[in-house]
Every structure is written in C-alpha cells, then in structure tokens.
Design a protein around this ligand. Structure first.
Ligand code: AQP
Length: 329
C-alpha cells in the first residue's frame, strides 16, 4: 500500500504564486507516489470573518484551481473539509488533550492576534483543527510551505500526547518542504511572506491574474540600490525574484548563477515576469475549461467526500473508543 499524503489550502482570498510554489506545484509532482488527499479547508477560513457568498464561490474556485494546476481527481481525492464531519469532531477530541500553552506559543497566532484588537477563539484553535485534518487520515506525509512548519510540529506533539495517554492511535506525520519556493515573499515587501490576506495590489501575483497584470506587478517589485544581480551580495527582493524564477522554471543553482549574474534589475524583472506569465498560462486555460461546466466541480467534491469519509469515520471512532466515549456498536 502506498503511504498517504495530505495537505490543504484555505478558500480565503486569491490564491497566489506563493501558495502555488509552496504547496500546489509540489502536490501535483508527488501525487502518484502516494494515496493523495487534498483539502479545501473552509473550516479554517472562517476563523476570520468571510462573506458567506464569497466563501461559497471561493470554495468552488479553489477546487477548480486544484484541478487546473494538475491534481488528478481519478487518483487524488479533492475534499471540502466541512463535508467530512469528522474533522470538526476530531478537532474537539484533540483540543481536550492539547495544553493551552502550546497554542499561545504559535507564531502565526501571535502575529494575527497582535494585528487585530479582538480575535475569535478559532484563531487560537486553528492548529488543533489542522492536526485533526492530518491525523484523521493517518497521513504519513504533509507537504507545506515553511510558514506551516511550526503547526506541523504541533500536530506531531498532539498525536504523541494522545498516543501516550490513550495508546497508539495516530500515525506520526512527516513535514515535507519544497526545495525551492518554500517561502515566497511579498513583491512590495520582501521581508514579509506573500499572503492572501495582504491587501496591497502590488503584494502578490494571483494565479488568475492576466499576463499584463502579472508583468506590471513584477516590474514594480521592490529590489535594492544595486544596479545588477550579484550572487555574492544580494538583497531580499532580488533573492525573492530569483527564487520565483527558479521554482517556476525548475532551474539548478548553477544555471541560475550562469544566466543571471551581472544582469540589470530591469532585465531580471522582465525575465521573471515572462517566466511567471508563461507558466500560469496553461493553468489559466485549464481553469477556463473546467469552469465552463458548472456542475463538474460539485461532482468532484461529492466524489472526494465519499472516498475519504470511511477513513475519517474509522479514525474518529477509534479515537472515541480509546478515550472511553460512547460509540454505537
Ligand atoms: N508565501 C508563501 N510561500 C510559500 N508557501 C506558502 N503558502 C502560503 N503562503 C506561502 C503555503 O500555501 C499553503 C496554503 O496556505 P493557506 O491558504 O492554508 O494558509 P496560509 O499559509 O496562511 O496562506 P496565506 O496565503 O498566508 O493566507 P492567509 O493570508 O489567508 O493566511 C500552505 O501549504 C502554505 O504553507
């Protein structure tokens, strides 16, 4: 039997090239090596307010983007998290074995709670729900961008704690980061990770941005006061642009150095913009084809839910039995 891989994306905001390079591109590449489950984590998205109408549309858009990027629904299950009820149920069971101090230490919680005056308790509990997403499928491998590494470590800690309190129940998941593109930074501020919730129009390239918008955003990207690329002395903006090019083009370090050393920033940006626009063009074309059939995406989500529900139900029942909670025989 193949090992199982699990990962997810929130249907909040517009999917950007950071989500693509840190997650989706890698999923597509590895999907056949595993029994693959990819989730649209809508229960995560509502940890901050979402307009219901927009959220409904984003869930379908994100599913279509998974397909357009190359997730093969004949092989991989594409699942809307909220359609498999066990995610929320297991999250509660895991909440009860998670010391609250572990959650207050999460850097994403600290960043989000500092940025807002009042936040919902869901932001604090977010990593427990993420642990449930992973553990419910007894996933062996979880490919994510670097920003999710700490949450993955917490999921392992929670699994370990549950197993030691109640006996072996959960498989210990492994984190898998992509070699390049694990942390794409904002084009307008290369000190900050590219993020869907960042509002500035020059911050992120969205996967559905038309080529002229992609070019405009990349040509405006922040660099530094040097005139040309120097691999010896490189600011974060230039490093980010090179990393984006390398991750899209699958170039080696050697190829990158030979091609870009000494290149003026204007030319660098043009080449990055062309690489990104050309790489996204087939994805955008497939997206248009997929969304031309209005019922297709719903059918994919229904199939995904049906395929994974038996695994999820059996894990939740096992965890409940281990904890002594009443389960119907
Ligand atoms: N900048 C990034 N570089 C590389 N990988 C990234 N990921 C996110 N941003 C980058 C990876 O994308 C996957 C899905 O992320 P998510 O939507 O579940 O949540 P996130 O990590 O919080 O993504 P955003 O874009 O920052 O969204 P908001 O602003 O809504 O919080 C994950 O594998 C993540 O590592």
């Amino acid at each position: 039997m193949k090992p199982r891989v699990l990962s997810g994306v929130q249907p909040s905001g517009n999917l950007h090239i950071g989500n693509y390079l840190g997650a989706l591109k890698n999923w597509v590449k590895i999907q056949y090596d595993y029994e693959s489950i990819f989730c649209i984590v809508d229960l995560h998205a509502i940890t901050v307010y979402q307009s219901p109408e927009e959220l409904r549309a984003k869930i379908l858009e994100l599913t279509a983007l998974f397909l357009a990027a190359g997730i093969d629904p004949k092989h991989s299950a594409i699942v809307a998290q909220s359609t498999v009820h066990g995610h929320a149920e297991l999250a509660w069971l895991l909440t009860c074995v998670t010391p609250e101090g572990w959650l207050y230490r999460m850097t994403q919680y600290k960043a989000k709670s500092e940025a807002q005056e009042t936040i919902g308790a869901g932001i604090l509990l977010y990593p427990v729900l993420m642990a449930a997403d992973i553990l419910i499928y007894q996933a062996n491998v979880v490919p994510v961008g670097e920003d999710q590494k700490q949450h993955l470590e917490l999921a392992r800690d929670i699994a370990q704690r549950f197993n030691s309190l109640y006996g072996e129940t959960f498989v210990m998941p492994e984190t898998r980061l992509p070699a390049v593109g694990a942390r794409v930074m904002g084009l307008d501020d290369p000190e900050k990770k590219m993020s869907k919730s960042e509002k500035g129009s020059g911050h992120a390239v969205a996967l559905l941005d038309p080529p002229n918008v992609i070019r405009k955003k990349i040509m405006r990207a922040t660099t530094d006061s040097n005139p040309a690329v120097s691999f010896e002395n490189m600011g974060p903006g230039v490093r980010n642009l090179l990393a984006i090019f390398q991750a899209f083009g699958d170039w080696t370090d050697d190829q990158m150095k030979r091609h870009f050393e000494g290149m003026r920033y204007g030319d660098l940006k043009k080449q990055v913009a062309e690489m990104v626009a050309a790489s996204l063009e087939p994805l955008q074309q497939r997206y248009r084809e997929i969304t031309a059939d209005p019922g297709y995406v719903d059918r994919i989500l229904a199939e995904g839910c049906e395929r994974v529900s038996p695994i999820a139900n059996s894990t939740v029942n096992l965890a409940k039995r281990r904890m002594g909670i009443y389960t119907r025989s």
